[in-house]
Design a binder for this molecule. Structure first.
Ligand code: GCO
Length: 264
C-alpha cells in the first residue's frame, strides 16, 4: 500500500505576501510538490507578475491576486474571486507581515498599531473569510507564520513581538474552534533567515549578524527553502491530527540558552 501522506498535488494554496521572501519560499515548496499557488501581494501588480513568472519558470501553477490583507472588504472580494476563478482554497498560509524596529519608548502609537494590524489582525481577517468556506467543505489547512518573537523578546521589536506572540495564541484558538470541522490550524516559527526583511541586520560586521551566528546552534542564517518541508507537512494529510502547534524552523535557537561568544 503506497502512503501519500505528504501529497499536496492539485491542492489550492493561498499564501499571503508570497511575491518574495519566506512567503515565496514556502509557496515555491508547495508548488514544486504539485499545489496550485494563489500569489498575493499588495504593493504592485508588477511585483505580482514578476513573482508569477518566477514560479512558472519552475513549472509551478501560479495565479496572482492583489489585495490588502488588512482591509476586510478587499479580502472578502478577493476570496470570492479566487474561489470562483481558481477553485476552493484548501490551504491558507497567513504570511504577510511587516516589522518596525524602534525601541518602545520611542515608538509612535500609530506605528505600534500598524504592526499589530498587519501581523495579527490581518491573519484573523483572512482566516475568517477563507475558513467559512472550509467549514462548509469540512476540510482545510491554515498555517500562521509566527516568529522567534512568538516566544522571545528582543530590543526594538516590541510591537512585532506583541503581534507574533498574539498570533501564536490566535493559532491555538483557531485550532480549538475549527478542529471539529476537520480544519487543522498550526503555525510555522521561522528562526533567522536570509531575506530582505533581515537584510539590514545581516550585513557583514553588523553586531546582530555575528550575534545570530553565535546564538544559532546551526551557526548560520536559515535558507528560506528550509521552510518548505514544514509547509508541506502542515498542508498535507500527514498533519491531519496536529492542531494548534507552532513548528519552529530555527536551527536550534529556541533549544538553547546560547553560549559565550568566545566558545566554539
Ligand atoms: C528581527 C528579525 C526577526 C526575524 C524573525 C525571527 O529584527 O529580530 O527581523 O523578527 O525576522 O521574525 O523569527
Amino acid at each position: 500500500m503506497s502512503i501519500d501522506l505528504f501529497n499536496v498535488k492539485g491542492k489550492i494554496a493561498l499564501v499571503t505576501g508570497s511575491t518574495h521572501g519566506l512567503g515565496m519560499a514556502m509557496a515555491r515548496g508547495l508548488g514544486l510538490a504539485g499545489a496550485t499557488i494563489v500569489v498575493n501581494g499588495n504593493s504592485s501588480q508588477d511585483k505580482i507578475d514578476t513573482a508569477i513568472a518566477e514560479y512558472e519558470k519552475e513549472g509551478i501553477k501560479a495565479v496572482g491576486y492583489k489585495f490588502n490583507v488588512a482591509k476586510e472588504e478587499e479580502v472578502i472580494d478577493a476570496v470570492a474571486k479566487i474561489e470562483k476563478e481558481v477553485g476552493a482554497i484548501d490551504i491558507l498560509i497567513n504570511n504577510a507581515g511587516i516589522i518596525k524596529r524602534t525601541p518602545l519608548l520611542d515608538m509612535e502609537v500609530a506605528d505600534f498599531k500598524e504592526v499589530v494590524d498587519i501581523d495579527l489582525v490581518s491573519p484573523f481577517i483572512v482566516s475568517k473569510h477563507v475558513v467559512k468556506n472550509m467549514v462548509a467543505r469540512k476540510a482545510g489547512k491554515v498555517i500562521n507564520i509566527c516568529s522567534m518573537m512568538s516566544e522571545l523578546g528582543r530590543n526594538s521589536v516590541g510591537a512585532y513581538a506583541a503581534a507574533k506572540g498574539g498570533l501564536k495564541m490566535l493559532t491555538q484558538n483557531m485550532a480549538t474552534e475549527w478542529a471539529k470541522y476537520n480544519i487543522q490550524v498550526n503555525g510555522i516559527g521561522p528562526g533567522y533567515f536570509a531575506t530582505s526583511q533581515t537584510a539590514p541586520i545581516r550585513v557583514d560586521g553588523h553586531p546582530f549578524n555575528d550575534f545570530i551566528i553565535n546564538r544559532t546552534p546551526a551557526a548560520k542564517w536559515g535558507d528560506p527553502n528550509d521552510l518548505a518541508g514544514a509547509a508541506i507537512f502542515l498542508s498535507s494529510k500527514a498533519s491531519d491530527f496536529v492542531n494548534g502547534h507552532v513548528v519552529y524552523v530555527d536551527g536550534g535557537i529556541l533549544a538553547t540558552i546560547g553560549k559565550p561568544s568566545n566558545e566554539a
